[in-house]
Every structure is written in C-alpha cells, then in structure tokens.
Design a protein around this ligand. Structure first.
Ligand code: ZN
Length: 132
C-alpha cells in the first residue's frame, strides 16, 4: 500500500491524487498544511507540480545561493579596492610633492619651457588629492 499523505488542520484531509503532494503552510496560528492546489505531473513519480518539483526547488535554491555569493564577493572586492586606495593615497601624494619640488629646484616649473612636461599635471593632481 502506498504511503498515506494527510493534510489540513489536525491532518484530517486525505490526499487528492490528482494534485501536487507538496504541503503548503496555511499561515494561520495553527500548524495547518494543505495540499498544493496545482496539478501533479512533475518530479519523482510525477507527484509534484512544476513549481514544487524537488529538482526545480533545489536548482532555485542553488541559484539564489550563488547570487548571494557573487554579491558578497563583489562587496568584498569593493571594500578591498577602497582600502587599497586609502592606503595608497598618502604615499602617492608625498611622491607627487617630491616630484613637484624637484621640478621647481631644477627650474622646470616655468610654463612653456621644454622639459617642464608633467609639471602642470603634477600640480593639478596634488590639488585634487588635497581636496582643493
Ligand atoms: Zn505544488
């Protein structure tokens, strides 16, 4: 004899053999589970509807899990990048200031002079880095 499946409040409802065997929580105060209203024909022995086919349910859960991990990896890489930028900020600014000073010491800060290539950009980058 096949396994008897019961549904409803106090499990008093018998299985409808044309419908999916999934138990759906009634959402009420009592633990009441009614049988899924959809027609069966999917999954193992064709006992499930399209939505409750265990393979579909599993695939859906896996896809959700994968999406969550992808999002988590993305957030983590964003944090990592922001940390690197933060750490690099001060040394880069110091390096630029040294380059600027060096160009000025060599008299290469005069606009239009051959050899002052980069001086304007260095000044602009320093100003930007200092929030000016
Ligand atoms: Zn169902």
């Amino acid at each position: 004899m096949a396994e008897e499946r019961l549904y409803g409040l106090f499990l008093k409802a018998k299985e409808n053999e044309t419908r999916c065997i999934e138990r759906i929580h009634g959402g009420g105060r009592w633990p009441s589970f009614h049988q899924c209203h959809r027609k069966r024909g999917h999954g193992k022995d064709g006992l499930y509807c399209k939505i409750h086919d265990p393979e579909v349910v599993k695939a859906k859960a896996e896809a959700k899990d994968k999406a969550w991990h992808t999002k988590w990896d993305y957030e983590r890489s964003k944090e990592e990048l922001s940390r690197l930028e933060h750490e690099a900020h001060q040394p880069m600014l110091e390096a630029l200031k040294n380059v600027k000073k060096n160009l000025e010491l060599q008299g290469l800060d005069v606009p239009g002079l051959v050899g002052n290539i980069g001086y304007q950009e260095v000044c602009a980058a320093i100003a930007k880095a200092e929030g000016k």
